[in-house]
Design a protein around this ligand. Structure first.
Ligand code: F0G
Length: 458
């Protein structure tokens, strides 16, 4: 008997979703200036815009929320949250923030000065923008295979250690106040980073005295891939693997909206009490007091439970297979799927499907928009609209490494028949791909332009 996967949960609460007609979707998208971020969620049938904050919480999380302690200082819920961070990640110090970018903003404001550089395998959009906003320089040093949608390597999210060492030597340690590593590598198709690479990156940063922080949004998925793919880890519990990953870092930023399976929240965790005190000053100005950050007591309770549920092996096994199944469905519909499929999303190569649309006319946006028009499926471009930006030091335009469309899968939300439906929509889009046109920007802000840019079909 061959079963691709079975959900390790049953459904207790449902939320209706609504079909719209194609003419309705055409006018909805036009009204949103052809930017899917502007489309009302009610008018989306299957929403793969993001896996962030879009998760279905469990009955245990909802019941934990009922006992949330909303005290301004020293809430009991903070104690639960702090204990979960200690148990699951192993960090003694933690500050809650409203979400991941709040954590990044505070960490960078505390440590990074204008003109300095922060290396990473790849920054995601908000990490990149938080540094650019400080006139600092986010530098991406992933292995070359990260940009190759075909090579079937197990850890294409890895840092290129040779590039990192050369970069540190050329830039000078005094200009690198902190080094990052993102697990899994969201800008590189959700590819995992191996334990060996986390350890070696840590050793390199430590050799130069550079504090090492993980961008840990999807750490449980990364730990699961290590268990599946890295020699020596098959028999180790994911909980132990996660602790080992964090043991090499001085701290992390975390968006709990991902692998802590909640709808809102984040944190900064670290080992050094002095650093925590420095971070706390910015935290109190920007997010809130140190025992709630930007969150309510009930949010902290949901995170405390969700961190444990996120490292459940039944759940992670299902999660990987569910994502892989969508990859298979899209591949058989004729899209070019980035291989191997990552943890939280399937990425497809829009440049392959739309070779007649140049990067400057955003093939990823064209493909994503057409998936919406065809069947109400919302995805997101991960390409030139999101990532191409001027180098803060030279002004030269840095191109995006790939023109991709990401199908990000909310946790515990969609069933296999939803995925099959998406496959049928993709098949129709591929059939008519040659007729698709590109888009041009009619207005955009300077930073994070993809969220609110206005576009027109060429
Ligand atoms: N780092 C990574 C790797 C991310 O993927 C995200 C968010 C953040 C940081 C910021 O976290 O949203 O809580 O402020 N990624 C979402 C996405 C938005 O759709 O991939 P946040």
């Amino acid at each position: 008997m061959s079963i691709p996967f079975v959900e390790p949960f049953r459904i207790k609460v449902v939320e209706p979703i609504k079909h719209t007609t194609r003419p309705e979707r055409e006018s909805i998208l036009a009204f949103a200036y052809n930017n899917l971020f502007g489309v009302p969620a009610e008018d989306v049938f299957i929403d793969f815009l993001s896996d962030s904050g879009t998760n279905a919480m469990s009955d245990r999380q909802w019941s934990a929320m009922m006992v949330g302690d909303e005290a301004y200082g020293g809430a009991r819920s903070f104690t639960h949250f702090e204990a979960a961070v200690r148990e699951v990640l192993g960090f003694p110090c933690v500050l809650p923030t409203h979400q991941g970018r709040g954590a990044e903003g505070i960490l960078f404001k505390t440590l990074v000065k204008p003109g300095q550089s922060v290396p990473n395998n790849r920054h995601f959009d908000t990490t990149q923008a938080n540094l650019l906003a400080l006139n600092a320089n986010p530098v991406d040093l992933a292995v070359d295979e990260a940009s190759d949608p075909h090579s079937l390597l197990p850890f294409k999210g890895n840092m290129d250690l040779g590039k990192l060492e050369r970069f540190i030597d050329q830039t000078g340690v005094e200009n690198i106040p902190i080094g990052m590593l993102t697990v899994t590598n969201n800008s590189a198709a959700g590819q995992p980073v191996s334990m060996a690479n986390i350890k070696a990156t840590s050793e390199l940063y430590r050799r130069y005295g550079i504090p090492f922080f993980l961008d840990a949004c999807r750490f449980s998925e990364n730990a699961w891939f290590i268990k599946q793919r890295e020699p020596g880890y098959a028999d180790r519990p994911v909980a132990e693997i996660a602790l080992e990953m964090f043991s090499y870092a001085d701290g992390c930023t975390m968006s709990a909206k991902k692998d802590a399976i909640v709808n809102m929240g984040g944190f900064i965790a670290c080992r050094d009490e002095d650093l925590k005190q420095k971070l706390a000053q910015h935290l109190i100005i920007q997010e809130g007091f140190i025992t709630y950050g930007g969150l309510t007591g009930r949010d902290l309770e949901a995170i405390a439970v969700g961190l444990h549920e996120g490292i459940s092996e039944d759940y992670l096994d299902y999660r990987e297979r569910h994502t892989r199944y969508l990859g298979e469905v899209l591949q058989s519909a004729g899209l070019q799927v980035y291989q191997p499929t990552g943890g939280h999303a399937v990425y497809v190569d829009a440049a392959h499907t739309l070779p007649h649309i140049p990067p400057a006319q955003f093939p990823g946006v064209a493909l994503a928009n057409q998936l919406y028009i065809e069947g109400g499926v919302r995805t997101v471009e991960i390409g030139s609209l999101m990532f191409s930006h001027p180098d803060p030091l030279t002004g030269e335009v840095i191109p995006a490494p790939n023109e991709m469309v990401r199908f990000a899968i909310p946790r515990r939300v969609y069933t296999r028949s939803h995925l099959d439906y998406v496959g049928e929509v993709a098949r129709e889009v591929v059939k008519n791909a040659a007729d698709l046109r590109g888009l041009e920007i009619t207005w955009a802000p300077e930073l994070l332009r993809h969220f609110i840019a206005r576009l027109a079909w060429v």
